[in-house]
Design a protein around this ligand. Sequence first.
Ligand code: PEP
Ligand code: MG
Length: 783
Amino acid sequence: MAAVARGPVPCVRRGRRPYCKPDKSQDMLDTLRRIVQEVSAAPNLDEALATIVHRVKAAMEVEVCSVYLTDNQQQEHVLMATDGLRPESVLMVRLPFDEGLVGLVCARAEPLNLDDAPSHPAYRYFEESGEEHFHGFLGVPIIHHRKVLGVIVVQQKARQRFNEDQVTFLITIAAQLAGAIAHADASGEIALLRRLPVRPRDSRPLIGVAGAQGVAQGRAVVIFPSEDIDAIPDRPAEDVDGELKLFQDAVEQVKEDIRRLSERMEQVLPTEDKALFDAYLLMLDGDSLVRATEDRIRDGNWAPAALRDTVKEHVRVFTDMEDPYLRERADDVRDLGGRLLRYLQQDDGHSLDYCEDTILVGEEITASMLADVPVERLAGVVSARGSRNSHAAILARALGIPAVMGVVDLPVRQVDGSQIIVDGYSGRVYVSPSDEVREEYRRLATEEAQLREELDELIALPAQTRDEHHVALYANSGLLSDIAPIVMSKAEGIGLYRTEFPFMARQRFPGEEEQCSIYRNVLEAMAPKPVTLRTLDVGGDKALPYFPIQEDNPFLGWRGIRITLDHPEIFLVQVRAMMRANVGLGNLNILLPMLTNVWELDEALVLIRQAYDELFEEGYQLSMPRIGVMVEVPSAVYQAENLARRVDFLSIGTNDLTQYLLAVDRNNANVAELYDALHPAVLRAIAQVVEGAGAAGKPVSVCGEMAGDPVATLILLGMGIDSLSMSAASLQRVKWVIRNFTLDEAREVVEDVLPMENAGAIRQHLVRLLDDAGLGGLVRAGR
Ligand code: PEP
Ligand code: MG
């Protein structure tokens, strides 16, 4: 490792920027950061692995650094890259599982630090590696989401263990690189490197969060934000000359822009800062950036991806420089890349071609990206980020398109044009699946179509148990497009209309007239069926572009009723608009989100009364709507009775309630496995709310996603929930369950399930019950 300066840290000036010789830990952090940057900028896994072994060897001042990757299919660990062992041993050294020191590191999933490797009983000698000279051995497992992907090993001739700093350095590097290696594995790159046919991904799908139910097969069309150079996918250049021309035009346009900018800044910038523009022009005139991109286009990639690789290469060169001033030039290259990309994007030559069975894939699919695809061509949606609460997921559910969100390991750039299977029940995605998997999903799709037909027969039938206990089934909504005739025919009303969506789609708070007309449309479309309009629930993960809220912990921050009570002018306008929209219809319910205190409810009720009185004085023929409270935080569970006494109904928001009871961010794919509304604590909380509401003589509904999960239906029914509100796509499934059981049977299920200790056992029990009742099709693809 680099020498450590003793005594006070010297400070020198270079140019205009102070340069502080870093202390040891800063030095280490810098080295780590640069290695990780370089690795992520590498154009392929081969180069990434080469970078890792060279840079780690140099940084740790050791004699060997190697990376072994684990092949679960062949049950062996394979040497994939080395700096220090004989190069010809790459791919030749293979250790069956549980053999050798590498096998031991993998099996124990912890570092192994030895002063004399050859004397360890697990040591295996490979003649082709030339490793007999090395004694000191340090192996650290590369682990991603609990799975050991391989081992990074350093070796030295000296018979001594590696010191604490070296061990922690290697652990840190391994942890940071694990994600990149998992990506490469997922994309089949590792198999390619090993010169194996790309392994079908049947046994290991990519795991995300179920965003919208259903299964789909189709071809990936990768979409990316127009200015994000890292998100550009590889795509073959169909017309190389055309791509070259596009790129050259973009270069000329950017040059022109920069000249103009430079002239504009003439008067205001000191000469040395203006030199930046000259540097930009030089980069665009010089060989490196332009010529290298052109070469890549000639090699067959389309212009945006060729530009991406060139920019990344240059960024890597700059970030690698010792001088911090030069290192920052990497930002200039990125900036230039972004400018060039914008021009390339503007060109019609790159408009997307949506095939018949488009699976829309992206780093972060937004609702507008989704809305751009002709709906008859859209078969499925896969997004590396986001959750089932993202706009795109909500829109996909409204359209009945299967979607999987938060697929963190999705190698977005490499899947354009690949065959993809989207399983929107279990949150699984298969890239280039094997024939067997495709066949299996074709079968599931056929079953699903049959199931849909059977379910459609239920539309006209009531949602009641075999002993004629009725449970009202409502639809959740937020987009006017949801209120299609089909929704009206399936649902008994709208149990949750999220008013924040119309707010999000605008550039400013919508006024009273505008809101009134939106709400009127919804109330009218459903009348005389009831419609529950929820007051604005922004904050947390739902931001308004014109009302930014910066918080370290937004889910525990300013959201829902907390904002609207602090801004009565917003709340009053909204409530007035709702009441005016209800004139002559009388089917409005108002629902208040995120209440944690009884006094918040008292304040909200005062404001609602104020709005009513004002409108009455203004001459409107009003009726007072029914008012409800969402129970979605633990404090509201414990005060359910107090809250219920003040209003007409309670509605349990199981999405947030689960999040707050289990302390699991509902949008975070890393902890998605821990998020489960069937957790015993959530079930007991629901039971307590039903009890509280019962004591106050008020009805309770559930409007979180749990309401639409057929696996949960029996429990909610047995606990005494009066109505369920869900996405329209789930209505018939839930109705099917309700119609197949009696209320007493559902109560027995609750008795059986409540004492259980974990969500897995509860789910298993419920799935078995549905299976036994011949309703397995509903849950077959559940998690
Ligand atoms: C909930 O939290 O369960 C709910 C229905 O509200 P939202 O998903 O809009 O937060
Ligand atoms: Mg909520």
